[in-house]
Write a protein that binds this ligand. Structure first.
Ligand SMILES: [Fe+2]
Length: 316
Protein backbone atom coordinates (compact mmCIF):
# COMPACT_ATOMS: atom_id res chain seq x y z
CA UNK A 1 0.00 0.00 0.00
CA UNK A 2 1.88 3.00 -1.23
CA UNK A 3 0.90 6.48 -2.33
CA UNK A 4 3.39 6.24 -5.19
CA UNK A 5 1.28 3.47 -6.67
CA UNK A 6 -1.36 6.04 -7.57
CA UNK A 7 0.55 6.99 -10.69
CA UNK A 8 0.63 3.35 -11.82
CA UNK A 9 -3.10 2.92 -11.87
CA UNK A 10 -6.13 4.65 -13.31
CA UNK A 11 -7.80 4.68 -9.91
CA UNK A 12 -9.54 6.96 -9.13
CA UNK A 13 -10.27 9.11 -12.19
CA UNK A 14 -9.72 12.61 -10.84
CA UNK A 15 -11.98 15.41 -12.03
CA UNK A 16 -10.64 18.82 -11.01
CA UNK A 17 -13.42 21.35 -10.95
CA UNK A 18 -11.76 24.43 -9.53
CA UNK A 19 -14.24 25.72 -7.04
CA UNK A 20 -17.90 24.88 -7.61
CA UNK A 21 -20.86 25.66 -5.38
CA UNK A 22 -23.22 22.79 -4.63
CA UNK A 23 -25.86 23.85 -7.24
CA UNK A 24 -23.15 24.36 -9.88
CA UNK A 25 -21.66 20.94 -9.19
CA UNK A 26 -25.07 19.26 -9.39
CA UNK A 27 -25.67 21.00 -12.70
CA UNK A 28 -22.21 19.97 -13.99
CA UNK A 29 -22.70 16.36 -12.93
CA UNK A 30 -26.12 16.07 -14.57
CA UNK A 31 -24.82 17.52 -17.84
CA UNK A 32 -21.96 14.99 -17.87
CA UNK A 33 -23.81 12.09 -16.28
CA UNK A 34 -23.42 9.71 -19.20
CA UNK A 35 -19.63 10.12 -19.28
CA UNK A 36 -19.31 9.74 -15.51
CA UNK A 37 -21.56 6.67 -15.43
CA UNK A 38 -19.39 5.13 -18.17
CA UNK A 39 -16.23 5.79 -16.18
CA UNK A 40 -17.79 4.33 -13.04
CA UNK A 41 -18.86 1.23 -14.96
CA UNK A 42 -15.40 0.67 -16.42
CA UNK A 43 -12.74 2.25 -14.19
CA UNK A 44 -14.76 2.07 -10.99
CA UNK A 45 -13.90 5.21 -9.02
CA UNK A 46 -14.26 8.94 -9.62
CA UNK A 47 -12.95 11.68 -7.39
CA UNK A 48 -14.23 15.22 -7.85
CA UNK A 49 -12.13 17.96 -6.30
CA UNK A 50 -13.25 21.54 -5.77
CA UNK A 51 -16.84 20.78 -4.72
CA UNK A 52 -17.77 22.91 -1.74
CA UNK A 53 -19.13 20.16 0.52
CA UNK A 54 -18.59 21.63 3.97
CA UNK A 55 -21.11 19.75 6.09
CA UNK A 56 -23.53 16.85 6.23
CA UNK A 57 -26.39 18.85 4.72
CA UNK A 58 -24.25 19.74 1.68
CA UNK A 59 -23.32 16.09 1.20
CA UNK A 60 -26.93 14.96 1.56
CA UNK A 61 -28.04 17.54 -0.98
CA UNK A 62 -25.41 16.44 -3.51
CA UNK A 63 -26.07 12.70 -3.27
CA UNK A 64 -29.85 13.21 -3.36
CA UNK A 65 -29.53 15.13 -6.61
CA UNK A 66 -27.02 12.92 -8.43
CA UNK A 67 -28.33 9.50 -7.42
CA UNK A 68 -31.50 7.63 -6.49
CA UNK A 69 -32.54 4.39 -4.77
CA UNK A 70 -30.51 4.84 -1.62
CA UNK A 71 -29.87 1.89 0.62
CA UNK A 72 -29.75 1.55 4.38
CA UNK A 73 -26.83 -0.23 6.00
CA UNK A 74 -29.09 -3.20 6.74
CA UNK A 75 -27.17 -6.43 7.35
CA UNK A 76 -23.96 -4.47 7.94
CA UNK A 77 -21.24 -5.61 10.33
CA UNK A 78 -19.30 -2.44 11.04
CA UNK A 79 -19.99 0.14 13.75
CA UNK A 80 -21.26 3.38 12.24
CA UNK A 81 -23.87 6.01 13.02
CA UNK A 82 -26.83 6.86 10.85
CA UNK A 83 -26.86 10.64 10.77
CA UNK A 84 -30.03 11.45 8.84
CA UNK A 85 -31.69 10.53 5.58
CA UNK A 86 -29.31 8.30 3.64
CA UNK A 87 -26.09 9.49 5.23
CA UNK A 88 -23.89 7.49 7.59
CA UNK A 89 -20.55 8.18 9.18
CA UNK A 90 -17.97 5.89 7.67
CA UNK A 91 -17.02 3.19 10.14
CA UNK A 92 -16.21 4.17 13.73
CA UNK A 93 -13.80 1.27 14.11
CA UNK A 94 -10.63 1.82 16.22
CA UNK A 95 -8.49 4.58 14.56
CA UNK A 96 -5.28 2.68 15.33
CA UNK A 97 -6.37 -0.21 13.09
CA UNK A 98 -6.44 -0.51 9.33
CA UNK A 99 -9.77 -1.70 7.95
CA UNK A 100 -8.88 -4.26 5.32
CA UNK A 101 -10.22 -4.11 1.79
CA UNK A 102 -13.80 -5.13 1.08
CA UNK A 103 -16.67 -4.55 -1.32
CA UNK A 104 -19.49 -3.20 0.84
CA UNK A 105 -21.92 -5.93 1.95
CA UNK A 106 -20.42 -8.46 -0.49
CA UNK A 107 -21.13 -11.16 2.13
CA UNK A 108 -24.81 -10.22 2.07
CA UNK A 109 -27.51 -11.11 -0.43
CA UNK A 110 -27.91 -7.52 -1.54
CA UNK A 111 -25.07 -5.05 -1.91
CA UNK A 112 -24.98 -1.42 -3.04
CA UNK A 113 -23.97 -0.57 -6.59
CA UNK A 114 -22.43 2.78 -5.76
CA UNK A 115 -20.83 4.36 -2.70
CA UNK A 116 -20.43 8.08 -2.12
CA UNK A 117 -17.79 9.46 0.23
CA UNK A 118 -16.80 12.94 1.31
CA UNK A 119 -14.29 14.00 3.92
CA UNK A 120 -15.57 16.80 6.16
CA UNK A 121 -12.65 16.65 8.62
CA UNK A 122 -9.38 15.13 7.31
CA UNK A 123 -7.31 13.18 9.87
CA UNK A 124 -4.07 14.70 11.21
CA UNK A 125 -2.24 11.77 9.60
CA UNK A 126 -3.41 8.69 7.67
CA UNK A 127 -7.14 8.00 7.40
CA UNK A 128 -7.16 7.57 3.63
CA UNK A 129 -10.05 5.65 2.07
CA UNK A 130 -8.02 2.83 0.52
CA UNK A 131 -8.97 1.60 -2.95
CA UNK A 132 -8.20 -1.51 -5.00
CA UNK A 133 -9.50 -2.73 -8.35
CA UNK A 134 -11.49 -5.98 -7.92
CA UNK A 135 -10.41 -7.16 -11.39
CA UNK A 136 -6.75 -6.44 -10.65
CA UNK A 137 -7.04 -8.44 -7.41
CA UNK A 138 -8.56 -11.30 -9.42
CA UNK A 139 -5.74 -11.09 -12.00
CA UNK A 140 -2.99 -10.98 -9.37
CA UNK A 141 -4.42 -13.72 -7.17
CA UNK A 142 -2.76 -17.15 -7.13
CA UNK A 143 -4.73 -19.10 -9.76
CA UNK A 144 -5.07 -22.17 -7.52
CA UNK A 145 -6.85 -20.02 -4.90
CA UNK A 146 -9.17 -18.58 -7.56
CA UNK A 147 -9.96 -22.06 -8.90
CA UNK A 148 -10.68 -23.45 -5.46
CA UNK A 149 -13.11 -20.65 -4.61
CA UNK A 150 -14.82 -20.82 -8.01
CA UNK A 151 -15.21 -24.58 -7.70
CA UNK A 152 -16.32 -24.77 -4.07
CA UNK A 153 -17.99 -21.45 -3.17
CA UNK A 154 -17.95 -20.10 0.36
CA UNK A 155 -20.29 -19.80 3.35
CA UNK A 156 -20.24 -16.76 5.61
CA UNK A 157 -21.33 -17.42 9.17
CA UNK A 158 -22.36 -14.75 11.65
CA UNK A 159 -23.47 -15.17 15.24
CA UNK A 160 -25.30 -12.05 16.35
CA UNK A 161 -26.10 -11.54 20.04
CA UNK A 162 -29.22 -9.74 21.27
CA UNK A 163 -27.59 -6.97 23.28
CA UNK A 164 -24.48 -8.22 25.03
CA UNK A 165 -21.51 -10.01 23.54
CA UNK A 166 -18.75 -9.73 20.98
CA UNK A 167 -19.53 -8.11 17.63
CA UNK A 168 -22.79 -6.42 16.65
CA UNK A 169 -26.28 -7.36 17.87
CA UNK A 170 -28.95 -8.53 15.43
CA UNK A 171 -31.02 -5.46 16.38
CA UNK A 172 -28.24 -3.09 15.27
CA UNK A 173 -27.43 -5.20 12.23
CA UNK A 174 -30.98 -5.11 10.90
CA UNK A 175 -32.01 -1.72 12.35
CA UNK A 176 -35.01 -3.43 13.97
CA UNK A 177 -35.87 -5.17 17.23
CA UNK A 178 -38.80 -7.07 15.74
CA UNK A 179 -37.90 -10.69 15.10
CA UNK A 180 -40.67 -11.13 12.55
CA UNK A 181 -39.31 -8.28 10.41
CA UNK A 182 -35.78 -9.65 10.61
CA UNK A 183 -37.03 -13.12 9.62
CA UNK A 184 -38.96 -11.66 6.72
CA UNK A 185 -35.79 -9.98 5.44
CA UNK A 186 -33.70 -13.14 5.87
CA UNK A 187 -36.24 -15.33 4.09
CA UNK A 188 -36.55 -12.88 1.21
CA UNK A 189 -32.81 -13.15 0.58
CA UNK A 190 -32.51 -16.89 1.21
CA UNK A 191 -30.23 -16.40 4.19
CA UNK A 192 -30.30 -19.44 6.48
CA UNK A 193 -31.02 -18.46 10.06
CA UNK A 194 -31.45 -20.09 13.41
CA UNK A 195 -32.35 -18.52 16.77
CA UNK A 196 -30.18 -19.71 19.66
CA UNK A 197 -29.93 -19.29 23.41
CA UNK A 198 -30.40 -15.78 24.85
CA UNK A 199 -32.08 -14.71 21.63
CA UNK A 200 -28.88 -14.95 19.61
CA UNK A 201 -29.14 -15.36 15.85
CA UNK A 202 -26.93 -17.54 13.63
CA UNK A 203 -26.79 -16.64 9.93
CA UNK A 204 -25.33 -18.69 7.12
CA UNK A 205 -24.95 -17.15 3.72
CA UNK A 206 -23.65 -18.80 0.56
CA UNK A 207 -21.51 -16.75 -1.81
CA UNK A 208 -19.77 -17.50 -5.11
CA UNK A 209 -16.87 -15.31 -4.00
CA UNK A 210 -15.95 -14.39 -7.57
CA UNK A 211 -18.27 -12.57 -9.96
CA UNK A 212 -18.47 -11.96 -13.67
CA UNK A 213 -18.79 -8.19 -14.15
CA UNK A 214 -21.06 -7.71 -17.15
CA UNK A 215 -20.15 -4.15 -18.35
CA UNK A 216 -16.43 -4.91 -18.54
CA UNK A 217 -16.69 -8.65 -19.22
CA UNK A 218 -14.07 -9.16 -16.50
CA UNK A 219 -13.99 -11.53 -13.60
CA UNK A 220 -13.72 -9.79 -10.25
CA UNK A 221 -12.66 -10.80 -6.76
CA UNK A 222 -15.79 -10.23 -4.70
CA UNK A 223 -15.59 -11.76 -1.27
CA UNK A 224 -14.55 -11.03 2.28
CA UNK A 225 -12.98 -14.31 3.30
CA UNK A 226 -10.00 -12.43 4.72
CA UNK A 227 -12.25 -10.27 6.94
CA UNK A 228 -14.41 -13.14 8.15
CA UNK A 229 -11.54 -15.57 8.80
CA UNK A 230 -10.11 -15.42 12.37
CA UNK A 231 -6.48 -15.51 11.14
CA UNK A 232 -6.72 -11.78 10.35
CA UNK A 233 -7.38 -11.02 14.04
CA UNK A 234 -3.85 -12.05 15.07
CA UNK A 235 -2.72 -15.05 17.12
CA UNK A 236 -3.76 -13.70 20.52
CA UNK A 237 -7.36 -12.92 19.56
CA UNK A 238 -7.65 -16.16 17.53
CA UNK A 239 -6.56 -18.18 20.58
CA UNK A 240 -8.93 -16.24 22.86
CA UNK A 241 -11.86 -17.01 20.57
CA UNK A 242 -10.93 -20.68 20.55
CA UNK A 243 -11.07 -20.66 24.35
CA UNK A 244 -14.37 -18.74 24.49
CA UNK A 245 -16.30 -20.75 21.89
CA UNK A 246 -16.66 -24.49 21.54
CA UNK A 247 -16.43 -24.38 17.75
CA UNK A 248 -15.29 -21.91 15.10
CA UNK A 249 -18.81 -21.90 13.71
CA UNK A 250 -19.86 -20.10 16.90
CA UNK A 251 -17.33 -17.25 16.53
CA UNK A 252 -19.03 -13.86 15.95
CA UNK A 253 -17.82 -14.11 12.32
CA UNK A 254 -16.46 -17.09 10.44
CA UNK A 255 -16.12 -18.32 6.87
CA UNK A 256 -15.65 -21.78 5.38
CA UNK A 257 -15.87 -23.35 1.95
CA UNK A 258 -19.51 -23.93 1.04
CA UNK A 259 -19.25 -27.64 1.91
CA UNK A 260 -18.32 -26.67 5.49
CA UNK A 261 -14.61 -27.54 5.29
CA UNK A 262 -12.13 -25.05 6.71
CA UNK A 263 -10.39 -22.46 4.57
CA UNK A 264 -6.69 -22.89 5.47
CA UNK A 265 -4.95 -20.06 7.36
CA UNK A 266 -2.17 -19.92 4.75
CA UNK A 267 -4.63 -19.38 1.92
CA UNK A 268 -6.18 -16.39 3.76
CA UNK A 269 -2.74 -14.90 4.53
CA UNK A 270 -1.84 -15.13 0.84
CA UNK A 271 -5.12 -13.43 -0.10
CA UNK A 272 -4.38 -10.58 2.33
CA UNK A 273 -0.87 -10.19 0.91
CA UNK A 274 -2.07 -10.11 -2.71
CA UNK A 275 -4.81 -7.58 -1.97
CA UNK A 276 -2.34 -5.35 -0.09
CA UNK A 277 -0.18 -5.26 -3.21
CA UNK A 278 -3.12 -3.94 -5.26
CA UNK A 279 -4.12 -1.25 -2.74
CA UNK A 280 -3.65 2.49 -3.17
CA UNK A 281 -4.08 5.24 -0.59
CA UNK A 282 -5.19 8.50 -2.19
CA UNK A 283 -5.11 11.20 0.51
CA UNK A 284 -8.26 13.02 1.56
CA UNK A 285 -8.66 16.79 1.29
CA UNK A 286 -11.67 18.93 2.03
CA UNK A 287 -14.16 19.67 -0.76
CA UNK A 288 -13.89 16.31 -2.49
CA UNK A 289 -16.50 13.79 -3.52
CA UNK A 290 -15.48 10.19 -4.19
CA UNK A 291 -17.87 7.87 -6.03
CA UNK A 292 -17.03 4.16 -6.09
CA UNK A 293 -18.51 1.33 -8.14
CA UNK A 294 -18.84 -1.16 -5.29
CA UNK A 295 -18.32 -4.23 -7.49
CA UNK A 296 -15.35 -2.98 -9.50
CA UNK A 297 -13.45 -1.37 -6.64
CA UNK A 298 -12.98 -2.49 -3.06
CA UNK A 299 -12.27 -0.05 -0.27
CA UNK A 300 -10.80 0.06 3.20
CA UNK A 301 -9.56 2.64 5.67
CA UNK A 302 -6.04 3.46 6.71
CA UNK A 303 -5.28 3.92 10.41
CA UNK A 304 -5.18 7.55 11.49
CA UNK A 305 -4.42 10.09 14.17
CA UNK A 306 -6.48 13.12 15.12
CA UNK A 307 -10.18 13.45 14.47
CA UNK A 308 -11.56 12.40 11.11
CA UNK A 309 -15.05 12.67 9.71
CA UNK A 310 -15.90 10.94 6.46
CA UNK A 311 -19.54 10.71 5.36
CA UNK A 312 -20.90 7.88 3.27
CA UNK A 313 -24.09 7.08 1.37
CA UNK A 314 -24.96 3.97 -0.64
CA UNK A 315 -27.26 3.49 -3.59
CA UNK A 316 -28.42 0.53 -5.67
FE1 LIG B 1 -16.93 -0.25 3.90
Amino acid sequence: MKNDLISKTELPVEVKLGDLTIPDFIDHFKRNKEKYDQQLDHVGALKFTGVSIACQDDFQQVVNEISTKFMNYIDGNSPRTKLSGNVYTSTEYDPAQIITMHNELSYSAKWPGKLFFSCIVPAASGGETLLASSSEIYDQMNKSIVEEIEKRGITYIRNLHSGEGLGPSWQDTFESDQKSRVEEYLRSYQINYEWGHNDSLKLKQFSKGILHHEPTGKKIWFNQIDQFHPIQLGDEMYETLEILYESKENFPMYVSFADGTEIPDDLVLEVLHTIKGCTIAPPWHKNELLIVNNELVSHGRNSFTGSRKVLVAMSE
